[in-house]
Design a protein. Structure first.
Length: 144
């Protein structure tokens, strides 16, 4: 069900992102398309209402954004997207995946911890509202 998304999916990605994030944090279709045009960036789309966008550079990957439409949350979509993003990054040679998550976002922090991510640092006052970001890391096993 989860499929690779390209620039042609920018509107669908933006619609999911807009539903999941407050106005000041939303990525529009132009931003999605621009990100997808960058080297190493890939996006995965769950047609039920979820997306993950990540970047692979050398042997590291980073989750750029993960969003699930509020009406589709708590159905395992985010967990499946994270697993598929990790597998895709590993297939491209990544041995670790990183992400930042707001300290106040306890639901997302719990999701990432359950997926095997562990805290490796903090970025003070990282978000526009002054909240700190927790930097998390997941070890990956590269595919042959």
């Amino acid at each position: 069900m989860i499929a690779r998304a390209g620039p042609a999916h920018a509107d669908a990605l933006a619609a999911i992102h807009a539903a999941a994030f407050p106005p000041c944090e939303r990525w529009g279709a132009d931003a999605m398309a621009l990100q997808l045009a960058l080297p190493g960036v890939f996006a995965l789309l769950d047609p039920r209402g979820g997306l993950v966008m990540a970047r692979v550079a050398a042997d590291e990957a980073e989750i750029l954004t993960l969003a699930v439409h509020p009406h589709c949350q708590r159905q395992g979509i985010a967990r499946a997207l994270l697993a598929e993003a990790g597998a895709t990054a590993a297939a491209h040679g990544a041995v670790a995946m990183f992400l930042e998550v707001a300290l106040r976002n306890t639901a997302a922090r719990a999701l990432y911890a359950a997926a095997g991510f562990a805290e490796v640092g903090r970025r003070r006052r990282y978000y526009a509202d002054g909240d700190d970001a927790m930097v998390m890391r997941l070890g990956l096993t590269p595919s042959p």
